[in-house]
Design a protein around this ligand. Structure first.
Ligand code: AKB
Length: 318
């Protein structure tokens, strides 16, 4: 039986991961941790227990772990890249201070921990194409600094204290359920909303800027499969490159036009997001994840586009 605590359960990943885990661990508790002001609603609220867990408050984490006899923590609390540049102190407090609290509770109470890293953990000196698993990092953003620190801290807790820490470097995640907030890759979500509503899209990222992206069902599977994997073959732990597709704004625009011929896009490049995007890789090499725990994506750009447009058009009655 798995008793799981999701910290940040109402965010872009958490809202879907919590529901998916509740469908899998039906005999355990899948507890939705949230901060006041971001309470679970609807199905997320009705389908299982929820409790206030502010990641900056170690006692709240420990109390939730005790109350629900938690054995696995999904730590999804973070500020995304563009917001983290506006609030670097808060990004560190949540991304590193918060993770430290989670790892300490996990050490004391014997929990496994998943903490996502990101393509944002790489920097301008990193090889751009098919970025290897182990390579130069040197991120220039606070988001990247917290992600590299988080990876190192998680590996440290595994080696030093035996805490079962595991994670993946997520690409930009695309979903029709919960909007992301303040990321550099958010344009690749927003563009589908504009297309489904029949509106023109104003793109903040310049043509020719490639980044790795992934459809949410694959990302959720990755987060669950790595925590379920037999660690016997692990050479790495924190964090594995995973990948499924890489595109620039022109490629996704033309793909959407195959299904919405009247859809139009223009550019109004945001210098902050563009600078961040240019410092990140074009595409990651995910061979280690494939070899060490069997990672394999299911969605490519075409399959994702069909599903996104179908779901969003239904929502907007178009
Ligand atoms: C962001 O753009 O900040 C995130 C990420 C790639 O980690 N989506």
């Amino acid at each position: 039986m798995k008793n799981v605590l999701i910290i940040g359960s109402t965010g872009q990943i958490g809202s879907e991961l919590t529901m998916k885990l509740r469908g899998i661990y039906t005999k355990g508790n899948v507890v939705a941790g949230y901060i006041p002001g971001a309470e679970p609603k609807g199905e997320l609220k009705e389908s299982g227990p929820s409790t206030v867990v502010d990641i900056t408050n170690a006692q709240q984490i420990a109390d939730a772990v005790d109350k629900y006899q938690i054995d696995t923590i999904y730590n999804l609390a973070a500020l995304l890249s563009a917001v983290a540049e506006a609030k670097p102190q808060l990004a560190w407090k949540i991304g590193v201070g918060g993770l430290f609290n989670v790892l300490e509770v996990a050490r004391e109470k014997g929990c496994a921990v998943f903490t996502p890293s990101s393509i944002g953990s790489f920097g301008p000196e990193t090889p751009k194409d098919k970025t290897p698993q182990d390579t130069v990092r040197n991120p220039r953003t606070m988001y990247g600094v917290t992600k590299v620190t988080g990876e190192l801290l998680s590996d440290y807790y595994f080696r030093r204290f035996g805490v079962d820490t595991r994670s993946v470097r997520f690409p930009g995640l695309i979903s029709y359920v919960t909007l992301p907030g303040g990321g550099t890759t958010d344009y690749a979500v927003d563009i589908y909303y504009s297309a489904a509503k029949g509106e023109k899209f104003v793109c903040p990222i310049a043509a020719g800027t490639f980044m790795d992206m992934m459809y949410m069902p694959d990302a959720l599977r990755a987060a669950i499969e790595i925590m379920e994997a037999d660690p016997a073959k692990f050479v790495h732990r924190n964090s594995f490159n995973i990948a499924s597709m890489s595109f620039d704004p022109e490629i996704i625009y033309h793909k959407i036009q195959e299904y919405c011929p009247d859809f139009r896009m223009e550019y109004q490049v945001d210098p902050l997001r563009q600078g961040i995007a240019e410092s990140w890789p074009n595409s990651l090499d995910d061979t280690c994840a494939r070899e060490e725990w069997g990672w394999k994506p299911e969605y490519d750009l075409d399959a994702m586009t069909r599903d996104m447009l179908e779901k969003l058009r239904a929502r907007f009655n178009r």
